[in-house]
Design a protein around this ligand. Structure first.
Ligand code: MG
Length: 284
């Protein structure tokens, strides 16, 4: 794989990403895939899906897990509904995460991405210990599949995320770095954060956002790439610095307007290609 291929977040029957044919029309050959719903996670569907991917010359680099009942309506709702943190659904979602990992394996994908949720801040609490325990169990299941787990950034500051990863203490736990999420959730300047957690970054999302007037209390605003507060030129330079050479996976979640979504992803891809060429021409 050449350095920094441009990718996109895509979906088959679940999630907010673009459909596969849209990725193909945009000449994009690497995707993160929203895990399809349970009914579609069968060996037959995996074979059928791999056939389509082959025809379109598209490769999946990460399968992203998501769960029934998650809502990103606002920050408190996200806190109560997302990932492995909510205690009521923790064990059932762990079971589903393992199923998703097994489906990813059928697709030949060795990375599963996850919004783990808002990790409890009190690292001495039983809740924190409970979240550590399920993430360890998930990592162990994935390790048996020769897979890695990538935690999506945003809900934690860089320091808390590092602490959490060290506390989980598993060799197949890494980070999917999303610079816009740092801004949307109000968890810190993205470039600074990327430098801090760089050793663990094994996949990224290229998404842009503007800071909220009350960071951490209300959402910032997701905007088309290049129009927000993420400095993508510095972002790519920092990727050079941390030694990241994998896909630049564009995430733009406006499925209610597929025409605009396609146009904005196309523009984002052009912008990234331009920045990439400029940076790599400097011998970075
Ligand atoms: Mg993301």
């Amino acid at each position: 794989m050449s350095r920094w291929p441009v990718g996109v977040f895509a979906s088959i029957d679940a999630g907010l990403g673009v459909q596969l044919d849209v990725a193909a029309e945009l000449s994009i050959h690497t995707i993160h895939l929203h895990a399809p719903g349970q009914k579609s996670r069968t060996p037959e569907k995996a074979r059928e899906f791999l056939g389509r991917l082959k025809k379109l010359d598209i490769r999946i680099t990460c399968v992203f897990a998501g769960f029934e009942g998650e809502s990103y309506a606002d920050i408190p709702t996200t806190q109560h509904t997302v990932g492995l943190v909510p205690a009521e659904t923790r064990s059932s979602r762990l079971v589903e995460l393992k199923e998703i990992a097994d489906f990813a394996r059928l697709l030949g994908v060795d990375v599963v991405g996850l919004h783990v949720g808002f990790v409890p801040h009190d690292t001495t609490s039983s809740d924190y210990a409970g979240v550590l325990e399920v993430v360890r169990e998930a990592c162990d299941h994935l390790a048996a599949n020769q897979q890695k787990l990538h935690l999506e950034t945003g809900q934690e500051t860089a320091a808390s995320l590092l602490q959490f990863i060290q506390d989980v203490n598993r060799e197949n736990l890494f980070i999917n770095f999303d610079p816009a999420n740092m801004i949307l959730y109000g968890c810190g300047e993205p470039i600074e954060a990327l430098e801090k957690v760089g050793d663990y970054v094994r996949s990224i999302h290229c998404k842009d956002a503007k800071w909220s007037a009350r960071p951490g209390d209300t959402w910032g605003e997701e905007v088309p790439l290049g129009q927000g507060d993420v400095d993508f030129s510095r972002f790519l330079l920092t990727l050079v610095h941390i030694g990241y050479e994998g896909p630049l996976t564009i995430e733009r979640e406006i499925p209610q307007d597929p025409q605009r979504q396609k146009a904005e992803i196309g523009a984002a891809a052009s912008l990234l290609e331009e920045l990439k060429e400029h940076i790599l021409a400097q011998g970075a």
